[in-house]
Ligand binder design. Structure first.
Ligand code: SF4
Ligand code: SF4
Length: 191
């Protein structure tokens, strides 16, 4: 196992909740909807490559609808930030339910060439000022990382099913129905 701690303390500059596009997994969306009562249609949007600076063309979660591709994201306003950012306190209003990506930011896992886990460092390309006046225990981060890996694998499978289906008036928002209502209703709708 790697080091037990990584030196970091969040100074709540709000960069990550204002300037960064958050791409939740379906499991994040389900958790947020369940814990907060928010309707996914209200807090999600579907972005094209033109909407995202430096979009990863090879991201396996691009949703295909006709000739267009979309990534599922938390709604964000260029000035006020994430849909869930409390505009008065400037803190996350769904902290206990927030996506795993938000919990892992700005930490990055380090692996050996053979894929063996070595520890966590701070991303140096995501805009966080990386204050090092704190100590964060890595075990909970590792558990989150593993959970996120599992969720991402499942996400890829869901997207493959969605992309394989062609039917009249297909919309990116149908993907929400697919994972919120269960596979079966989506497959029947798509017949
Ligand atoms: S869900 Fe919360 S932590 Fe994540 S970007 Fe939005 S406000 Fe920030
Ligand atoms: S960018 Fe870094 S310091 Fe700023 S709020 Fe996010 S985690 Fe905290």
């Amino acid at each position: 196992m790697g080091k037990d701690i990584v030196h970091f303390k969040c100074h709540h500059c709000n960069h990550c909740c204002t300037d960064v596009i958050c791409l939740p997994t379906p499991w994040d969306v389900k958790r947020i909807a369940k814990m907060t009562g928010n309707n996914p249609k209200d807090f999600l949007e579907f972005l094209t490559a033109e909407d995202i600076d430096g979009a990863d063309e090879d991201d396996p979660t691009w949703l295909e609808v006709g000739d267009q591709r979309y990534l599922m994201a938390l709604k964000r306003d260029a000035k006020t930030g994430c849909y869930f950012l409390n505009q008065k306190t400037r803190y996350c209003s769904i902290y206990e339910a927030r996506p795993l990506l938000c919990r892992l930011y700005p930490f990055k896992v380090v692996e050996s060439r053979s894929g063996e886990y070595k520890g966590f460092v701070l991303h140096d390309d995501v805009g966080c000022p990386r204050h090092r006046d704190g100590a964060v225990t890595t075990k909970p981060l590792y558990d989150l990382y593993i959970q996120d890996e599992v969720n991402q694998d499942d996400y890829r499978e869901l997207v493959e099913v969605f992309n394989a289906r062609e039917y009249p008036r297909k919309k990116p928002g149908d993907f929400i129905k697919m994972f919120m209502n269960g596979f079966q209703s989506f497959l029947q709708k798509a017949e």
